[in-house]
Structure formats: C-alpha cells, structure tokens
Design a binder for this molecule. Structure first.
Ligand code: AMZ
Length: 279
C-alpha cells in the first residue's frame, strides 16, 4: 500500500516538474495593435510621422489575431501616449467587445481613475510607462489595488528610459527603473528597445536578457522582432522571458503567426532561414 502511494506520489511530482518546465519554456506571443487616429498602425522607432496604416478596423484585426490562436493582445493608444490621456478609447472598446482573449493596454494611463476605468471595462492589464518615471507611487498604488493587472512599460533608447510618446529623454537607466518596482507587485515589465521598434533589424536580445536577469518580475520583450530566428534567440537567451510583442513582422508576414506560436510554445524550431518549405 505504502509502495503504491509512493509510486503515485513520485508520478505526481514528475508531472508537476514537467509542467513547471513546460511553463518555463513557454512564451506568450503578444500581437501588437498600435492605435493612431482610430487605425491600426506601425511606427518606425516610435515616430508618429512615419506611421503605416495596416488596418482601419481595429476590432477586425483583434478578431483575426484571436482566431489565429493568439492567447493575448497587446494594445497601445499612441495618441494617448503623446497626449497623456486616452484618445483611442472607442477603438479599444470595440476590440474589447469583439474578443474574449485577455488584453493589455498602454498609452495615456497616468492616473488611478483611468486605471480603474479601463480595468472595469474589461482590460486584463494596464501598462504604465510615463507614470513609472514621473509618478512611481501611482504604479505601487495601482499594483496594490489590482494585483496581477498592472504592468510597467520600460521603453529605452541607448539604455535610458524615454517617456511621453518617447518624445522625452530621461537620465533613468532601464534596469534601475525595472529594479525599483521589484517589491511593488507589478505583473510584468514590458521592455522595448526604441531604436529596434518597427525597424525589422532584430530585437536587442542581450539587453533584454540582462534586464530579465536583473529582476524577478516577468519580462516581456518588445521591439525589432523580424524573423522566426529572432523568436528562437529570445526563447534561448538564457533568461526566462514571459513573452514577446510583435507588430510589424506579423503585419508584413515576415513571420508566420502559426509558426511563431509553436516556437514560443517550445516546439522544435523549423530549419534555419525561416519558413518551412510548402508541401
Ligand atoms: O511608439 C511610440 N512613440 C510609443 C509607444 N509605443 N510611445 C509610447 N508607447 C507605448 C509604450 C507603452 O506601452 O510602449 O505607450 C505605453 C506607455 O504610455 P504612457 O502614456 O504610460 O507613457
């Protein structure tokens, strides 16, 4: 009897270990829907003047990502990030009523009332960027009030954090900012290398790994993903990443969404050079 219990117990332990390992190697793909003037756009290195419209129906775009198997959506209110208050609220609401996957939104969320309003409307997570630098007490208060629902956006140019639509430079080092929230209960740090964003030159794997190794908060990589190899590089970078945000590469079809999802779930990588040959 005792032997049987032992066998059952060790089978359970093996199972748990396997699940833990699977979780550790599983990364979430966050497809980005960046909103400018009600449209889905991609910018080049955050420049509003260099916007390319990919879809004028954000809700349809969101549904397409959901139908393709994405388990989360990453939304950005670009006008909101510049203006310091929500601007593309109607588009965000249209997305929320269209999809049932969890969503995170950043851009123009700078006070508690806005945090509360968005979470009450069905967002899963809010992202605070500028406020993390200018009003860190807000991040702490929000994370306390909404555990698991507040992420910090750390957007850096040359290692230093930029704010207000990335138009303002600060002297704050990305790693220092991330570390300062170590005990605040934030759900994630979303780390963007601005010079890679929209540039299709590959992500800054080294800086992302360094940041992820410097904090115990889950880190989401953002900026520059251009190929399936980039996803493999992030997945095997030596730091546990929670996920990766991709925008332009998905819209341009530089990476195949289905293949990206399977790579991030820990499947064997396809042959180098990207796509598998078609049957
Ligand atoms: O592309 C840009 N110029 C840009 C952008 N994508 N500016 C800000 N943002 C995003 C950040 C973060 O998700 O990556 O807006 C959010 C931060 O907004 P705020 O208002 O809190 O600084």
């Amino acid at each position: 009897m005792r032997a049987l219990q032992f066998v059952a117990q060790s089978a359970k332990e093996t199972d748990e270990r396997r699940q833990r390992k699977q979780r550790a190697s599983h990364m979430i793909l966050y497809p980005a829907i960046d909103l400018k003037d009600g449209n889905c756009v991609r910018l080049y290195k955050g420049e509003m003047a260099q916007a390319t419209v990919f879809n004028d129906d954000p809700a349809a775009q969101a549904r397409a990502f959901e139908e393709a198997g994405c388990s989360w959506l990453h939304l950005v209110d670009l006008n909101g990030a510049f203006e310091g208050a929500p601007v593309n609220g109607a588009a965000v609401e249209a997305i929320l009523s269209e999809v049932s996957v969890p969503t995170q939104l950043g851009g123009g969320i700078r006070d508690m009332a806005t945090v509360e309003r968005w979470l009450a409307r069905g967002l899963t997570r809010v992202i605070l960027g500028t406020a993390a630098v200018e009003d860190p007490a807000l991040v702490r208060e929000a994370a306390r009030a909404f555990p698991g629902q507040v992420a910090v956006g750390v957007d850096a140019r040359g290692g230093r954090v930029a704010t207000r639509g990335w138009a303002e430079e600060t002297d704050v080092q990305a790693v220092d900012l991330a570390r300062s929230f170590e005990d605040a209960g934030v759900a994630a740090i979303i780390y963007t290398d601005i010079n890679r964003d929209g540039a299709m030159r590959g992500p800054n794997v080294q800086a992302t790994a360094a940041l992820a190794n410097a904090v115990s908060i889950p880190v989401i990589a953002s900026g520059g993903v251009a190929s399936l190899d980039d996803l493999i590089a992030l997945r095997t970078c030596g730091a546990p990443l929670d996920g990766v945000i991709s925008g332009r590469a998905l819209y341009d079809r530089a990476i195949d969404l289905g293949e990206a999802l399977s790579i991030l779930r820990g499947a064997e990588p396809p042959p180098r050079g990207g796509r598998r040959p078609s049957p």
